[in-house]
Design a protein around this ligand. Structure first.
Ligand code: HDD
Length: 753
């Protein structure tokens, strides 16, 4: 108490070292909290960790975000200072000996500012450098204590704070969002029993089977080392050279050449843990599991021509989409599903569950929904949160364990290791976004950037001087599943790993015709960028083993003969359980969110019929869509009746590819002005070519003709001309048509318009 009286009271401090250890403020000193965390309703007496709350924050309350309040700063109404807190009088001029004299070495203010600036950058992630993230929570909707003792799954309604980062893989930090690529889907669960990171992708399989090959894969796909080209693209020699020599990548190539590799939005893609993991219950019993995230908005993708054009129009397309949806309160949501299976089941499968190039068809093991992930807050600072977050597959909690997947084994090492370089030392877990809500107590000490001030003289165990603390948790702590192992040490692969083509074929055969065409077109495009003919031949020879139909289509597209299939590692693979799995088609999960958050362009120009536009805007907004008036230029537009409306975008700054659907307005004069602007034709053509919904009202029918668009027909479900008198019927048609997302009857290769 005497000691406490001597130290000024810091209301934030008790939270860092656990509530029960809090030093009461000495008499006369205020105990008013400076951080909302202190008063936060998440802190209950039953609080397991001293920071975490009882796991059930009130709706809208997120314990992670509150704990981060401790380090949030806000400069409103504050003086500018140095890093030492010294107020700075002049932030414009360096200190000089005379106005025209030399700048002085003693100018510590200048030097501090420049020095800090010189060191602002940290190494970007070696893969997944380009990413965007958000805070949210995971809510348990089906408790499964019989399967796992992992904290997030113990009780229906329990919420676990999460931070989620989506990413592309190959591109650098400043690359564009809509590259053809795998997307990362990494989820950090701040559970009551420590952090659990589920570091997945939007595809359920991977290119390689063993971590030994990961550096080779990444070196092959990254920009070529001599000239650092191409950026964020697999369409180059070294990638196809490598994969054509690695037949195990064929299944993943199918996914990457499908439209899954160009999602419409991070909010509209699935996520997968990829590997088989283990769930372990309180009795130590274990089953295998695969994790699946299903987006509530359904799975939707771009088309290639659109993705290419978006790269120029808005390189931040996915980042902006995620940010804007959350700012608008349209919180992205996914359902977490488990595919649970036993060791005995696994032994019967025609494939090996330890092989990350294989998936488990849903027909074999159904999905069980157990919870929902909601992202409801954007980060305050990109660097502090999105850039510094460190996901590691090694971060598991009691109840979750690894399988023997050799790819996973390498990952368990790689992620922690890479953070040591990227984040500058072994204390990256103390960076606020990475700190668990569960208390951290151990005898690890020191190292670069250490934040914790460990008290006492004991940093070893066993000890008597600290009463044996921190003590081992025994079975309350993490206990590895005691899987028996007794075999020779050797390098090699289990036999079923050698079946490289059966599931590649399964994937291709499960696609709709449009999807199959897009896959063939993607292979054609990528291989057309390959400059060494032998690589194309080898790739086609490999592909022929998966699908003659596909290989022939690609060969035709490249003006080549179809070569003989490559010799296979396994001549007679086991008969697969299923030869098609409809769930593998992107079309299998359209979602039921209607047109929520879909962006609709309504073209406007002076003389536009304002009433029909206003009626449509209202009807669309009612459905949760985002209608925008797009003009010849931004700013004021005068309607036919003389009213003023504002165009908030122009065809120049927001081209067609940034919108999901198009309304062409009525009004003779407006149509005349729009027809005169070449952007209009591009706008309409691209909407048509990308199979989007187009509604032309009244006089604007002429714009369709000008763009060379065939008149509406029964086969085209996404094109209509409406009379100006019946806008409400037109609005209903439009809303339904936009809800179909794309009108693929129009899809043609090459495009007819
Ligand atoms: Fe990885 C980052 C996903 C295989 C090594 N990986 C990284 C990220 C995701 C994945 C989503 C970005 C995390 C973030 O947002 O910060 N990686 C996967 C998946 C894989 C996979 C789903 C296969 C199933 N990765 C894989 C292997 C290795 C790595 C086999 C190494 C042996 N991955 C890394 C890494 C990265 C990484 C080098 C780069 C930056 C980072 O970890 O933090 O350690």
């Amino acid at each position: 108490q005497a000691l406490a009286a001597a130290i000024p009271f810091n209301a934030n401090k008790p939270l860092e070292i656990g509530r029960e250890h809090a030093i009461a403020p000495p008499e006369g000193q205020t105990a008013e909290p400076t951080s909302p965390l202190v008063t936060g309703s998440t802190l209950s007496e039953a609080n397991a960790s001293g920071k975490a709350g009882d796991g059930r924050p009130l709706p809208g309350v997120n314990a992670t975000i509150q704990s981060l309040d401790r380090v949030r700063t806000d400069a409103s109404a504050q003086m500018l200072t140095t890093n030492q807190g010294v107020a700075v009088g002049d932030n414009q001029n360096s200190l000089k000996a005379g106005l025209r004299g030399p700048t002085l070495l003693e100018d510590f203010i200048l030097r501090e500012k420049i020095t800090h600036f010189d060191h602002e950058r940290i190494p970007e992630r070696i893969v997944h450098a380009r990413g965007s993230a958000a805070h949210g929570y995971f809510e348990c909707t089906k408790a499964v204590p019989e399967l796992t003792r992992a904290a997030p799954f113990q009780e229906v309604g329990k919420r676990t704070p999460t931070f989620v980062r989506f990413s592309t893989v190959a591109g650098e930090r400043g690359s564009f969002d809509t590259a053809r690529d795998v997307r990362g889907f990494a989820v950090k669960f701040y559970t009551d029993e420590g952090n659990w990171d589920l570091v997945g992708n939007n595809m359920p399989v991977f290119f390689i089977q063993d971590a030994m090959k990961f550096p080779d894969l990444v070196h092959a796909v990254k920009p070529e080392p001599h000239n650092a080209m191409p950026q964020a693209a697999s369409a180059h020699d070294t990638f196809w050279d490598f994969v054509s020599l690695m037949p195990e990548s064929t299944h993943m190539l199918m996914w990457v050449m499908s439209d899954r590799a160009i999602p419409r939005s991070y909010r509209m893609m699935q996520g997968f843990g990829v590997h088989s993991f283990r769930l372990v219950n309180a009795d130590g019993e274990s089953v295998f599991v695969k994790f699946h995230w299903q987006p509530v908005l359904g799975t939707h993708s771009l088309v290639w021509d659109e993705a290419v054009k978006i790269s120029g129009a808005d390189p931040d397309f996915h980042r902006r989409d995620l940010w804007e949806a959350i700012e608008a309160g349209d919180y992205p949501e996914w359902e977490l599903n488990l595919q649970v299976f036993t060791e005995e089941q696994a032994e019967q499968f025609s494939f090996d569950v330890l092989d990350a190039t294989k998936l488990i068809p849903e027909e074999l093991v159904p999905l069980v929904p157990v919870g929902r992930l909601v992202l409801n807050r954007n980060p305050d600072n990109f660097f502090a949160e999105t850039e510094q977050v460190a996901f590691c597959t090694a971060h598991v909690v009691p109840g979750i364990d690894f399988s023997n997947d050799p790819l996973l084994a390498g990952r368990i090492h790689s992620y922690v290791d890479t953070q040591i370089t990227r984040l500058g030392g072994p204390n990256f877990h103390e960076i606020p976004i990475n700190t668990p809500l569960a208390a951290v107590h151990n005898n690890q000490r020191d190292g670069l950037h250490r934040q914790a001030i460990h008290r006492g003289r004991v940093a070893y165990e066993p000890n008597s001087l600290a009463g044996g603390c921190p003590f081992q948790a025994g079975t309350k702590g993490f206990v590895s599943f005691p899987q028996p192992v007794q075999e020779d040490k050797l390098r090699g692969k289990p036999e079923k790993f050698a079946d490289h083509y059966t599931q590649a074929r399964l994937f291709f055969e499960s696609q709709t015709d449009v999807e199959k065409h897009h896959i063939a077109a993607a292979f054609r495009f990528e291989l057309s960028k390959v400059t060494v003919p032998a690589i194309r031949v080898r790739m086609l020879a490999s592909l022929a083993n998966a699908s003659q139909e596909l290989a022939a289509a690609v060969a035709d597209g490249l003006g080549m003969e179809l070569p003989e299939p490559l010799p296979r590692a396994m001549e007679n693979p086991p008969t697969p359980e299923v030869t098609t799995s409809p769930a593998l088609s992107l079309m299998a999960r359209p979602g039921n969110a209607g047109i929520r958050s879909r962006k609709i362009a309504i073209l406007v120009a002076d003389g536009v019929e304002g009433e029909s536009i206003a009626a449509l805007q209202a009807a669309l907004a009612e459905e949760g869509a985002v209608p925008r008036l797009v003009g010849i230029r931004v700013g004021r537009v005068v309607t036919a009746s003389g009213a003023a409306i504002e165009a908030d975008a122009s065809m120049e700054n927001s081209p067609s590819v940034l919108f999901d659907a198009l309304v062409l307005p009525d009004g003779e004069e407006a149509v005349r002005l729009l027809a005169r602007d070449g952007h209009t034709v591009d706008f309409v053509k691209d909407q048509y070519r990308h199979c989007k919904t187009i509604l032309a009202i009244g006089a604007s029918e002429a714009l369709l003709a000008k763009a060379g668009i065939p008149p509406p027909s029964d086969t085209d479900t996404g094109l209509a001309v409406a009379s100006a008198d019946d806008v409400s019927a037109a609005a209903s048609w439009f809303i339904e048509a936009v809800g179909m997302h794309r009108h693929t009857a129009r899809d043609s290769d090459p495009p007819v318009v």
